[in-house]
Design a protein around this ligand. Sequence first.
Ligand SMILES: Nc1ncnc2c1ncn2[C@@H]1O[C@H](COP(=O)(O)OP(=O)(O)O)[C@@H](O)[C@H]1O
Ligand SMILES: [Mg+2]
Length: 267
Amino acid sequence: MITISTVSESLDLDPRFVVHRELGRGAQSQVFEVYDRLLDTRRALKLATSSRHLRRFRTEYRRLAELRHPNIVRVYDFGVTPNALPYYTMELVQGAALSHFAERRDVPVLGLLALQALDALATLHARGWVHRDIKPTNLLVVGRGRSALLRLIDLGLLAGVGRPTRAAGTLTYMAPEVARGERVDGRADLFSLGLVLYELLLPASAPRTIEQVSVRMRERLVPPRASTRPSPRRFLRLSCASSSPTCSHAPRCAGSGRDSRRGPGRP
Ligand SMILES: Nc1ncnc2c1ncn2[C@@H]1O[C@H](COP(=O)(O)OP(=O)(O)O)[C@@H](O)[C@H]1O
Ligand SMILES: [Mg+2]
C-alpha cells in the first residue's frame, strides 16, 4: 500500500516536508500540497522533474521572491533534494483554476478578477518582464463573489521585454509574436489574457483544432452580437482589442490595459 510517508520518501524531500497530495503537474515539475513540520503549516511545494532545470527553477523562485503583490503567489523556501532536484515552497492557494471557478461566467465577478490579473501583470511589465504563459491554469482563484482573489502563478517562462526568445508557452493562448519566437513585450500577456476572458464568457469560441488556433492568431476576434447571452459587450470588446494580432491599438503593457478598461478605441 502506498502511504503518505512512502510518497515523501520516494521524492527524497527534506523530512521537514510531509506530502499530502499532488496538486498539479506540468512538463517540468510536479506541485504537491505539503505539511511543513518546522513551521507547522501547509504549503504548496513545486519540485522539478530533472536536475537540468536547476537554473530555470532558481530564476523562477528568485523572480517570485522579488515580487510582493496580493495577486501574485507568495514563495517561501528554495532547496535542492539529495538527488539534485530543485524545489521551492509557496503559499497553498486553496482555490480553483480560473477555468473551473464556479462564478467564471458571472460578468461583474469576472471583471473584478480581470482587473486583479491586470494589476499582477502591470507589476511584472513595470519590471520589464513578460509572463508568456497566461492561461486559466496559471490563474488560480480563492473565495467567492466580490471577495474572490486571483493569484498568478508559474513564472517558468518569464522573458525580458524586448529580449530575443524562443517560442514557448501554451499554443491555445499564445500571442503570434511568441509563437514566432520574436521579441516580446506586455502585449503578449494581454493577448493571452484577452483570449482567456473571451473564452470564459463565450465557451463555444474555444478552438478545437490547430487550424482554429492559427486563425485566432491571424484574425481579430469577433465582438459578440447584442443578442449574445451573457452580454458583457464592453468587457469583451476590451478582450478583443487586447487579442488583436495586429496590435495597432492594443495596450502595450497591463498598466495601460487596466486604465483602458472603459473600452478600446480611445484616442
Ligand atoms: N501555490 C499553489 N497552490 C495550489 N495549487 C498550485 C499552486 N501552484 C501550482 N498549483 C497547481 O499545480 C499546477 C502546476 O503548477 P505550475 O506552477 O503552473 O507548474 P508548471 O510550471 O509545471 O506549469 C497548477 O496549474 C495548479 O493546479
Ligand atoms: Mg503552469
